[in-house]
Design a protein around this ligand. Structure first.
Ligand SMILES: NC(=O)c1ccc[n+]([C@@H]2O[C@H](COP(=O)([O-])OP(=O)(O)OC[C@H]3O[C@@H](n4cnc5c(N)ncnc54)[C@H](O)[C@@H]3O)[C@@H](O)[C@H]2O)c1
Length: 368
């Protein structure tokens, strides 16, 4: 049973750092929601955010924000803090939209999903790239048989980060406070796209390394993934590329057709840059010469606002369906847990040197 609330929803935003702007812009675009409170452990930051956006309340803790009475909480804090904020929000009966990654360990992610279920509140997790029109087109091509069931996939995530990226926020670049490197922070979006297009992953073999950045977590990773359907995919990801080549995701379906989705420069809308089907190849240039390949973080985040808005709109409309048909948001806590499970398996595989079987529902026939 899901908690029934009615629009306009009272929204609280927890964490007033870089990505909070995307949430503030997204909710501002929706008549069904109004941001009534923000909070940050840096109370001055909460206050200045509230002033800038004309928000009624600014607090220094999530407890104060929840006591003000909110229907929805957006979680925009560093990775390991997500769990405490989600658990407190669920206990207060608020629906939660949490930034990725859902958590940095599986047990925490599972506790978050279970707590929201038990409290009857919805849990959504941001993977806004699923809302690119081009990503939706690829997914439709899987579903309508143009690609058909995927058999091969590849995600190439070749990004550029300056050293200041890691020094600008104290939590970045360490196992304890970031939970991982390029996999946890950037590539998780594309791991999610792979699983959304290709289905449930059942086995992962991977490696991580740190080559260019002075950080303890990985700046580069590779992995081979096997899916319950028998499909296979490879992943390579790095924040050490200079210049960045952006992201490309290629899917070959059982029809033999292949489609490629490209994001270049990082943060811009994904485009379908290759369609190989029916004896013809349609392609579009992925890396035009007049584009600056190394985009700064504020520009990347700014370009993502329309897709954050699309996901926030979906989340809010899922709540509106509560008292009638009721529905889950497009991207649930369980979806985000599955993406986390894949990337944690890359870490484990890299540590042990062995493939990691994911505890899922694949049959031996499917894996054969
Ligand atoms: N979806 C995307 O594309 C995308 C893009 C960027 C960041 N993110 C995610 O958003 C989250 C935040 O990233 P960011 O870049 O905005 O970080 P940031 O460091 O700029 O901001 C985090 C803010 O949270 C505050 N904070 C820390 N602990 C808190 C707590 N317990 N309660 C309240 N406030 C707290 C900090 O003081 C800071 O102001 C991360 O999970 C990150 O991965 C997602």
């Amino acid at each position: 049973m899901t908690a029934a609330v009615r629009p306009p929803y009272r929204v609280g935003i927890v964490g007033c750092g870089a990505i909070s702007r995307n949430h503030l812009e997204a909710f501002a675009a929706l008549p069904e929601a109004v941001v009534v409170a923000v909070c940050d452990v840096d109370a001055d930051r909460a206050r200045s955010t509230a002033e800038r956006w004309g928000i009624e309340h600014a607090y220094g803790s999530v407890e104060e924000l929840l006591a003000a009475g909110v229907d929805v909480v957006s979680v925009c804090t560093p990775h390991p803090t997500h769990e405490a904020v989600v658990l407190a929000s669920a206990a207060a009966g608020a629906h939660v939209l949490c930034e990725k990654p859902i958590a940095t360990d599986l047990a925490a992610a599972e506790r978050m999903v279970a707590a929201c279920d038990a409290a009857g509140v919805r849990l959504g997790v941001l993977f806004q790239r699923r809302f690119w029109p081009a990503a939706q087109r690829l997914r439709a091509a899987v579903d309508d048989g143009t690609l058909g069931r995927p058999i091969l996939g590849h995600a190439s995530v070749l990004l550029h980060r300056e050293p200041e990226y890691f020094s600008s926020a104290a939590w970045r670049g360490t196992w304890a406070s970031d939970g991982g490197g390029v996999l946890m922070t950037q590539a998780i979006h594309y791991i999610d796209l792979l699983q959304w297009l290709m289905g449930e992953a059942v086995e992962v073999h991977g490696h991580i390394g740190t080559f260019r950045h002075a950080i303890e977590v990985e700046d580069s990773a590779t992995a081979v993934l096997k899916f319950a359907s028998g499909a296979m995919a490879t992943l390579s990801a790095s924040t050490a590329a200079s210049p960045s080549l952006g992201i490309s995701i290629r899917i070959t379906g059982e029809t033999g057709a292949t489609a490629e989705l490209s994001e270049f420069p990082e943060g811009t809308d994904g485009r379908v840059t290759i369609w190989a089907r029916g004896g013809a190849i349609e392609s579009e240039q992925v890396h035009p010469a007049d584009v600056d390949p190394n985009v700064d973080l504020a520009a990347i985040n700014g370009q993502l606002i329309p897709h954050h808005t699309a996901q926030v709109r979906d989340f809010v409309s899922a709540l509106s369906a509560n008292d009638g048909t009721g529905r889950e948001p497009a991207i649930t806590g369980s979806d985000a847990t599955a993406a986390l499970r894949i990337l944690l398996a890359v870490y484990e595989s890299s540590r042990t040197g062995s493939p990691v079987r994911l505890n899922q529902t694949a049959t031996q026939e499917a894996l054969a």
